[in-house]
Design a protein around this ligand. Structure first.
Ligand code: 26V
Length: 821
């Protein structure tokens, strides 16, 4: 089934006729790729097709830019070290309404659009949720008409490719730029200097007064811009994603070359290259590395210089910056921008501290995406001082300012003051990037209602007391274009037939689907769409892994980064317990189920990698045990990425969102699944809480400790051993794993992992196990009554339009950025 797209008046396509498009594709093939049809490879066709559509995007792009300029509109600048875009072709074709015409045009040339679409590499410039959110936001900003630029790094190597060798994760470099990137425009002329190290000199006036500081960096390089247009739904607006690439400054290179220092010249070139070489493949810990701080500063300064240049050329004065620019910090990764803007305003544009500080606070806003202590960024003071000496001085100045305010407010004791400080003083002195981002922003938001409340109570409790009107909530969202219209054309068509077209432009209209939950014939059609999506996934697993899967089984899916707090381990242990039950009670009427796992582990995260191995070990034993009779299968899908998600999400019956309560800031996969008609089994964590409120208690399986209960257990001495001993199923499953039932080649492989559960069980796996297993049996019971299941699934679709990132972006626009949307 293909999604038929309708042309809208806004869209002024010069050439939507497939015949004419076909001629254009041939032209592009000849003159832009340099091939003729007889020798063109499939990649060549892909490039030619993209170029033809890109030309149309460029027209809208220039119009959008001109409109915003002429209106003197306030612009949004979204600074993010990650943009997890995935493929762009389907997005662009579908949003422009040329999918059908392009499909037909290509077919007349003997080219299958789906075949070439599958060749486009994923732009995997992100780790997980935070990066994907940035990509959804870019699309939504273009859709709701917010003039915006995304700023990031054009990593030559994005998120690593994952292979599974003998059950273990193996990381391979990802090379998305191998065949070039037909979407981007290189802007050599748009480049800015970036410095590191060196010294700070003070310039004094004749009467000895300090006039200003001049930073003389030791290393210098260039950040060069690469622009990718981002098309909104119906081509409504086209915004810019500007990614920076590191390049040596030519004179340095030339000097070295001329002096015969070829090695030296090469070294400069490598240094510059290194900055945009690779995405850090961890989403917690591993911080503290010098190259990471260099990357953060590199893209922050380039983006700010760009923003200032644009502002000055239009308005000529930086005092108006907060009225015309909203700069958003996606987590603390660009928090250094706070001090960089201060430096540029004071040292280059000669404003005094107070004015600069006022401008900065009114310009910046910051989103926090995690409360995990190991993911809260901080940098050792000596490293900071060596790399960014002037910024260190500015941090001390800002710190003096906020500590003065704190003391003047008369509401903090010494310990509280020390928690507000930008410098952590106990042990090694470190710069706290979260505190810096908070101090330098007028708005600080969390990404779900629960997460925002926890921010107020935990990491930012003191800063919140000092600045009580800054913290606010903006629950995350996902773009329905990619996560429903494109990835699930079957369901999209079915919804259109039921409730008409309106939901395509106003996702709230999905609520009209609610009454179809009662309609038996609609439920059957819904089930057959789901079935087709499951067959598509089963075919993919067959092709990639040679595993046969029965599409009539319940598809139970957990796809996300592998992390102990996300508790893939809880899911695997439950699979082991279920396996044991099926073997012990063959007479019972078990409901066939396939448990899918997918996700990458940070290369240095030992336990996460071991959990992947365990999933594969358990899969091997269960899948080939004839006693199971195919009632339970476990599949680990390698190299989980955006494109794999687009196939897996529409095929899910059950969505696993089982993090330890209080630890998952929001989750966005949870929203994607619900919107595609999967029921959620989950804890009251992150946005699950709000999903439950939207879909209703009967249409979700909630289990386990709440965030408050988790905190309470932790502080009142939790003893996992008694929880384990109180649960025979859990004890047996742990004993089996621990004793090597699933690892006969290395019986001790999981001993430490299991011992960890007995000893501390920080993530409360044992505490939640029985509740989880019970919830799974309830799932079986509802699944058995299939009309009831599908009624609940339909209600999930009907009631989760609120989780559109268009809603989220409108809230950011109205309540944080002060721009119309
Ligand atoms: C932290 C670090 C620490 C240093 C090493 C590199 C690195 C890379 C990323 C991060 C940030 C991790 C925070 C994060 O990804 N949070 C996720 O954000 C999603 C979007 O708001 C949210 O749905 C997830 O619940 C949350 O885990």
């Amino acid at each position: 089934m293909t999604l038929k797209t309708t042309e809208l008046p806004r869209l002024n396509l010069t050439n939507p006729d497939p015949k004419a498009l076909a001629a254009e594709i041939l032209q592009a093939l000849k003159y832009r790729v340099g091939k003729d049809a007889t020798v063109a490879t499939r990649e060549d066709w892909l490039t030619a097709a993209i170029k033809v559509v890109r030309d149309r995007i460029v027209d809208r792009w220039h119009e959008s830019t001109k409109e915003a300029y002429e209106a003197g509109a306030k612009r949004v600048y979204y600074l993010s070290l990650e943009f997890l875009i995935g493929r762009l072709m389907r997005d662009a074709f579908s949003n422009l309404g040329v999918m059908d015409a392009m499909r037909e045009a290509l077919a007349t040339l003997g080219v299958d659009l789906d075949v070439i679409a599958a060749l486009e590499p994923d732009a995997a410039l992100g780790n997980g949720g935070l990066g994907r959110l940035a990509a959804c936001f870019m699309e939504s900003m273009a859709t709701v008409g917010v003039p915006a630029h995304g700023y990031g790094i054009r990593y030559a190597n994005g998120m690593f490719r994952q292979e599974i060798h003998d059950g273990w994760q193996v990381e391979l470099p990802e090379t998305w730029l191998d065949h070039g990137n037909p979407w981007e425009f290189e802007r050599r002329e748009r480049s800015f200097e970036v410095g590191f190290g060196g010294t700070v000199e003070s310039v004094t006036s004749k009467d000895g007064r300090l006039e200003r500081h001049v930073w003389k960096p030791h290393d210098r390089l260039l950040a060069v811009a690469y622009d990718t247009p981002v098309v909104g739904w119906r081509g409504n607006r086209v915004n810019t994603l500007r990614l920076w690439s590191g390049m040596p400054i030519d004179p340095i290179l030339l000097d070295a070359f001329n002096a015969g220092d070829h090695i030296g010249a090469l070294r400069e070139s490598n240094k510059a290259d290194a900055l945009s070489r690779v995405l850090y493949p961890a989403d917690s810990s591993e911080a503290g590395q010098e190259l990471r701080l260099r990357q953060e500063y590199f893209f922050s300064t380039a983006s700010l210089q760009d923003i200032i240049q644009r502002h000055l050329s239009q308005y000529g004065d930086l005092l108006t910056l907060p009225d015309k620019a909203a700069i958003h910090l996606n987590d603390t990764h660009p928090a250094i921008a706070v001090t960089e803007l201060m430096r540029l305003l004071m040292d280059v544009h000669l404003l005094d501290f107070d004015t600069a500080w006022d401008i900065s606070k009114r310009t910046f806003a910051y989103t926090n995406h995690t409360l995990l202590p190991e993911a809260l960024e901080s940098w050792a003071v000596p490293l900071f001082e060596r790399l960014l000496p002037r910024h260190m001085q500015i941090i001390y100045a800002i710190n003096a300012e906020i500590l003065l305010e704190a003391r003047a407010s008369d509401q903090f004791n010494g310990e509280e003051i020390s928690r507000i400080s930008l410098i952590q003083e106990n042990g090694e002195r470190r710069v706290r990037m979260g505190n810096l981002a908070f101090a330098g922003s007028h708005s600080i938001n969390g990404v779900s209602a629960l997460h925002t409340e926890l921010m107020k109570e935990t990491v930012f409790a003191d800063l919140h007391r000092l600045y009580p009107d800054r913290i606010n909530n903006k629950t995350n969202g996902i773009t329905p274009r990619r996560w429903l219209f494109q990835s699930n054309p079957g369901l999209t068509t079915l919804i259109r037939e039921a409730i008409g077209e309106r939901f395509l432009d106003d996702i709230d209209a999905l609520t009209e689907l609610d009454r179809f939950a009662e309609d038996a014939s609609f439920r059957e059609q819904f089930a057959s769409v789901k079935r087709a999506n499951k067959e598509r996934l089963a075919a993919l697993i067959m092709e990639r892994q040679g595993i046969r899967i029965d599409p009539s089984a319940l598809f139970d899916i957990q796809i996300k980064r592998i992390h102990e707090y996300k508790r893939q381990l809880l899911n695997i242990i439950e699979a082991v317990a279920l396996y044991d039950q099926i073997r012990s009670h063959p007479e019972r009427d078990w409901m066939p189920r396939v448990k899918f796992f997918g996700g990458k582990a940070a290369p240095s995260y030992h336990n996460a990698k071991l959990i992947i191995k365990l999933a594969n070990d358990v899969a091997r034993v269960i899948n080939r045990d004839p006693a199971v009779r195919g009632l339970l299968k476990v599949v680990f899908v390698p190299n989980y990425n955006v494109s794999t998600a687009e196939i897996m999400v529409p095929a899910a019956d059950l969505s696993e969102q089982i993090s330890t309560a209080g630890m998952e800031a929001s989750g966005t996969g949870n929203m994607k699944f619900a919107l595609n008609g999967a029921l959620t089994i989950g804890t009251l964590d992150g946005a699950n809480v709000e999903i439950k409120e939207c879909v209703g208690d009967e249409n979700i399986f909630i289990f386990g400790l709440t965030a408050d209960e988790v905190a309470e257990r932790r502080s009142n001495g939790y003893t996992p051993r008694s929880a384990i001993e109180g649960s025979p199923e859990l004890s047996q499953a742990l004993a089996a794993i621990s004793s090597g039932v699933f690892s006969p080649d290395d019986r001790n492989r999981y001993r430490d992992l299991m011992d960890g559960l007995y000893q501390h069980d920080w993530f409360m796996v044992a505490a939640d196990f029985d509740a989880y297993a019970d919830a799974q049996r309830q799932v079986d019971a509802v699944w058995r009554d299939s009309p009831d299941w599908y009624a609940r699934a339909i209600r999930n679709v009907a009631r989760t339009g609120w989780f559109s990132s268009d809603r989220t972006i409108r809230q950011y626009a109205n309540e944080i950025w002060n721009v119309p949307a």
